[in-house]
Design a protein around this ligand. Structure first.
Ligand code: G3I
Length: 595
């Protein structure tokens, strides 16, 4: 049941400390929180050897992104001469500190090595295509399995936008001379090459000034909508979020853009947030501006937490002393949550506050059968999984028994209420919790569900109640393939350990509705029993005699056990099994291995 927990949950482990860190607070939101980081690229002293830098990076963040070390001018300083040493140091640091790595970037008009500009002057588009493909293959291949998301193409759009699609800026990759593709073709090609080099990496297009509705966002949206419609490999869009107090996106507009991309199935990462302030000759900003800055950080984090499409939050530098701002905007600085001495600023506190107070969002569509992940309704005693309630335990909390020996309905600060009744909790983790629908909903047509963590309540949603909605547990925890089934000798039924026709197999499911004679929420089934409703089953489409159908002895009430005889004549191999409760069928695609 737990297989759907993301690997990212591994980065959310942390040891407690006096002051809550950004990393600890974000772990309770299932939100990777990152910083742009440097090692010794450009021959500078390795910043990772600065104790305060390294400590701030590893304790305050669960993600890092090389600010420059993976860019062309560092990784391919000479044609076909690659240098990954600085980036490897950053990746090693991340791995040592259980952090994930965002890669940045594979295709950009800026920070190109000295050889590439002159080369592009005389190269043909075919030659440029070879150069770009070779770079992407080599770089993504080198970091395969170490970078969970890439900014594949960086800042491709005109700024300011012209409003004429595709509205792409001139560049050696697009049209000067380009790689032989028209319109957004070079971006599509870069995405396809990146996907081929690491099929598991998430692929993003990253740009600035996408955070508000307008012509630039429209150009981006038109491109990614086309890409999604044609199956071009793309997973999300990076909103850089470089702000100043005078200009920043409205919460409504930012949410609107996140939701528009989410509707396409795309994620949004806040990739490079900073809020530059006017500073004095010592680099200090006014107290008032620092408070205004804090309000902007809180606001952007709040919108991110309120929108499931926003799946990562990153600032562009570890501290004010490592920010690009002073060098690029004379008279400005103090842009990040930590000051030049790595001390938290008001912006740090406002990020923590947002992460500890923004109410988690409950979506009824994310309340699904724990065995087959189908939603839309619930049944009494059904084990359900609720995704997306993004405020919960930073690491997986397994079921606890209360003083009555029942599965507890409060787990690491979480509760799931059905019409106000706390449900037994099978496990809980920020963003994914599994509960047993209380039998009290029996006979109702709907139930009001609410999620609570550390006394912070989600919105409520109303879910239809049905007598039964069966799902069979499968070995892959995805609700497909070989079922979680036992042979008569209690060994797992597998292709290597099949069952003969005529013998019986023990199937485990949930969503079969009420138990004859009643059942106590969260209590272990005392022994053999029976369901109130009629249970039947088929194997390979043939009715299978039921030997037992009732609560699984010793398991929490709600787990259905069905012992059925494999009909004689059933062919050998994986055969489809369906359990029906009052004629309502479980999901297809679950099999039993027959000799
Ligand atoms: O210090 C070295 C110098 O020793 C060396 O000789 C020289 C060779 O080019 O490089 C110098 O390093 C500079 C580096 O920042 C470290 O400070 C580079 O010149 C300079 O180009 C580089 O600027 C980076 C900038 O991108 C380039 O456009 C910034 O660090 C970096 O923060 C910034 O990041 C970009 C993102 O990649 C994309 N989004 C916008 C963001 C801000 O521009």
């Amino acid at each position: 049941m737990l297989a759907r927990l993301t690997a990212l949950s591994l980065v959310f482990a942390f040891c407690g400390s006096a002051q809550t860190t950004l990393r600890q607070a974000a772990a309770q939101r299932a939100l990777p929180i990152g910083a742009a980081a440097d090692a010794d690229e450009y021959g500078q002293a390795n910043k990772l050897n600065i104790p305060a830098y390294a400590t701030t990076l590893s304790t305050q963040f669960s993600m890092l992104e090389p600010e420059n070390a993976m860019k062309w001018d560092v990784t391919q300083p000479g044609q076909n001469t690659f240098n990954f040493e600085p980036a490897d140091k950053l990746v090693a640091f991340a791995q040592a500190n259980h952090m994930v790595v965002r890669g940045h970037n594979l295709c950009w008009h800026s920070q190109l090595p000295a050889w590439l500009g002159p080369y592009a002057q005389t190269a043909t588009p075919a030659q440029m295509s070879t150069v770009l493909q070779n770079h992407i293959n080599t770089v993504v291949g080198h970091f395969q399995g170490q970078v969970f998301a890439w900014d594949v193409v960086n800042e491709p759009f005109n700024d300011p936008a012209t409003g004429v699609l595709p509205d792409l800026r001139n560049s050696i990759w697009y049209n000067q001379p380009g790689i032989g593709q028209s319109g957004t073709g070079y971006i599509e090609q870069a995405l396809r090459w990146a996907h081929a080099a690491d099929p598991n990496a998430l692929l993003f297009i990253n740009d600035y000034n996408l955070e508000a509705p307008g012509a630039k966002f429209n150009a981006l949206y038109a491109m990614v909508k086309d890409f999604v419609s044609r199956g071009v490999p793309i997973n999300g869009v990076g909103f850089e979020m470089h702000l100043t107090l005078g200009s920043y996106p409205s919460s409504t507009g930012l949410a609107q853009n996140i939701q528009a991309l989410y509707a396409l199935g795309l994620q949004v990462h806040i990739t490079e947030m900073d809020v530059r302030l006017q500073v004095d000759s010592n680099g200090n900003a006014s107290a008032a501006d620092l408070q205004s800055q804090a309000a902007q950080y809180q606001r952007i984090m709040t919108v991110c937490l309120q929108n499931p499409g926003c799946t990562a939050f990153q600032v562009w530098g570890v501290s004010d002393g490592n920010s690009w701002i002073p060098g690029s905007f004379p008279g400005f600085g103090a842009a990040l949550p930590f000051d030049v001495n790595y001390q938290p600023k008001p912006a740090f506190n406002s990020l923590i506050s947002a992460m500890q107070t923004v109410t988690p969002t409950l979506n009824s569509a994310n309340i699904v059968n724990a065995a087959n992940y189908k939603g839309g309704s619930v049944a009494p005693g059904e084990l359900v999984t609720i995704f997306g309630a993004n405020f919960g335990p930073p690491s997986l909390a397994g079921a606890q028994l209360d003083s009555n020996g029942r599965v507890a309905s409060t787990l690491s600060g979480t509760q799931v209420l059905f019409d106000g009744t706390p449900a037994p909790l099978i496990y809980s983790l920020a963003g994914q919790v599994s509960a047993v629908v209380p039998y009290e909903v029996a006979g109702k047509t709907q139930t009001v569900v609410q999620y609570v963590y550390n006394n912070v309540q989600s919105n409520t949603v109303t879910v239809p109640v049905v007598p039964a909605v069966p799902g069979i547990f499968s070995q892959n925890s995805l609700g497909t393939g070989p079922g979680s089934m036992l042979n008569p000798d209690n060994t797992l039924n597998t292709a290597q350990n099949p069952i003969a026709a005529g013998s019986y197999v023990q199937i485990f499911a949930t969503g079969a509705g009420t138990i004859a004679g009643g059942a106590v929420d969260g209590a272990p089934a005392p022994g053999a029993g029976a369901q109130t409703l009629t249970v039947t089953a088929t194997v390979n489409g043939v009715n299978a005699p039921i030997l037992y159908a009732g609560p699984a002895p010793g398991e929490v009430n709600g787990v259905l056990q069905v012992d059925l005889t494999i009909p004689s004549g059933t062919p050998s191999g994986p055969q489809a099994v369906v359990v029906l409760v009052n004629g309502v069928a479980s999901q297809g695609g679950v099999t039993v291995a027959v000799k």
